[in-house]
Design a protein around this ligand. Structure first.
Ligand code: NAP
Length: 455
């Protein structure tokens, strides 16, 4: 795997990085394990907090510098990149401020004597992360684990090496000792070697089902705890009582943020037939207004996709959809200009027999379905191998909550596209993975919850 920056707007290779050798990987593992044992786990929460708070402060100060690297390497609109960096500042601060409370010993009422559960770190945690939110994904694992007393080895996606290095440097600049947070440029085979190594105590992956299945199998074989944050094909249900202004506005955000490359992006639009025609017309009109261009420019509203491979996969899926009987209402093609731009696309008539029906579109492609009623909407929503998030648009909040309870996913948003914040647990069920990141749940994934009982 070549770690390389290719600008998706210019299609130019900017920089190529040398991968780490097996010997270098072994040395980095040794440093991380030794630091954990002799230093990091023994530091107080206050000491670790000083460093994580300093990382947050530096990130805030250097927001635009960090954001530019996101736009350079994976093409995100600069204003979205700035928002991502600001979100990371909040995540770092949140765990720095709350970790000690979350991990405080909890006493248990017992008939005789006394008992409590005390929480301690596990050791080196190995992380595999994707490019679509190049810092946010790292902050989600770094902040809770560093505060819990674990050390981390992180393999980032090969197309965002400069973001990977910048995030590692952030912790060094904030005063973290070498080995607390280590970036590795390694292959999938080396990932497997690292996971099997006895010095690694836990494995966190965010990425595709394919990568998740492979890494989870390696972790399972070595009896290591793992968390898997995988893909999704989230629904955006518009009920017959929905306010269509709100529905259309949120649908555009839900589908088009990050050029459609969001795990919790709205991918299947399920419309009550009473409002379907009106919604579709207005949704299409809004997508037609999006302007491709330089993602650094404030006037650009459609960013390129992250790579040639990502664009080609999306075009291939649209081709399969059409062969399978779907219709294109809008778009469907590459935009004839420099950069990996894809037209915002709307597909209808996607039958369950269509090969794309159960696939994730990690691209600006919306599949639209019409239903007769609420029950049909729920049945269709649950007819998916994925179970990550989903949105329900309705004026009747009680109805929205009732539907939310019947959708088999890890997150449901009523009158909101998928949102994320440090205090909101993030994760899925079914093929979207297991475990949670963020919130108090996220910091509990890689710790020992030890019972101590006095008889
Ligand atoms: P991907 O191909 O699975 O890549 C993700 C990471 O896994 C990269 O670092 C990649 O490295 C690595 N990887 C891939 N195969 C591997 C293997 N066999 N062994 C070890 N590492 C391996 O995912 P993607 O297509 O770039 O990212 C998009 C996917 O991630 C979508 O399905 C999206 O929904 C999902 N996602 C989920 C969440 C969530 O929180 N649930 C968040 C964001 C994205 P290389 O780059 O070197 O191949």
């Amino acid at each position: 795997m070549t770690y390389q920056t290719t600008n998706p707007y210019t299609e130019q290779v900017v920089e190529t990085f040398t991968s780490h050798s097996d010997a270098q990987l072994d040395n980095m593992l040794a440093v991380a394990a030794d630091l954990y044992e002799t230093d990091w786990r023994q530091r107080s929460y206050a000491e670790r907090k000083t460093i994580v708070k300093q990382a947050a402060a530096l990130l805030k100060e250097r927001r635009d510098e960090f954001a530019k690297l996101i736009t350079l390497e994976m093409g995100k609109l600069f204003k979205e990149a700035q928002q991502e960096v600001s979100l990371c500042v909040k995540i770092l601060d949140y765990y720095a401020d709350n970790a000690e409370t979350f991990l405080a010993p909890k006493s248990i009422a017992v008939k005789r004597g006394e008992a409590h559960v005390e929480i301690s770190p596990l050791g080196v945690i190995f992380c595999v992360e994707p490019w679509n939110f190049p810092y946010y994904q790292l902050a989600r694992v770094a902040a809770p684990n560093l505060m819990a007393g674990n050390t981390l080895l992180v393999k980032h996606a090969s197309n965002v090496p400069q973001c990977a290095l910048a995030f590692e440097q952030l912790f060094i600049d904030a005063g973290a000792p070498v080995g607390a947070y280590t970036n590795v440029f390694i292959s999938s085979e080396q990932v497997a070697t690292a996971i099997a190594d006895p010095r690694v105590k836990g494995v966190a992956l965010t990425g595709s089902e394919r990568a998740g299945a492979s890494v989870a199998a390696t972790a399972g074989k070595a009896l290591k705890k793992s968390t898997m944050e995988l893909g999704g094909s989230d629904v955006f249900i518009v009920l017959d009582d929905a306010d269509l202004d709100t529905a259309v506005k949120l649908a555009v955000i839900g589908r088009m943020q990050n050029s459609g490359q969001v795990c919790t992006g709205s991918k299947r639009f399920i419309l009550d037939e009473k409002i379907a025609g009106q919604f579709l017309e207005r949704f299409q009109a809004e997508l037609e207004k999006l302007l491709p261009g330089d993602p650094m420019e404030a006037s650009t509203t459609l960013a390129p996709m992250s790579s040639q491979a990502a664009l080609e996969l999306a075009l291939k899926q649209v081709g399969q959809a059409l062969e399978g009987g779907a219709k294109v209402v809008l778009g469907g093609k590459r935009i004839a200009r420099n950069g990996y731009f894809m037209e915002p696309t709307i597909l209808t008539d996607v039958a369950p027999s269509n090969p794309v029906y159960y696939q994730e579109f990690f691209a600006p492609v919306a599949m639209v379905f019409r239903v007769k009623n609420e029950q049909e909407a729920i049945t269709l929503a649950n007819d998916s191998p994925f179970g990550l998030g989903g949105t329900v648009i309705t004026k009747d909040i009680a109805r929205g909550k009732r539907i939310a309870s019947q959708i088999d996913t890890g997150m449901v948003f009523i009158n909101s596209p998928a949102v994320t914040a440090p205090e909101l647990p993030f994760g899925g069920v079914k093929n979207s993975g297991y475990g949670r990141e963020l919130s108090d749940l996220g910091i509990m994934e890689f710790v020992n919850r030890k019972l101590v009982l006095v008889g």
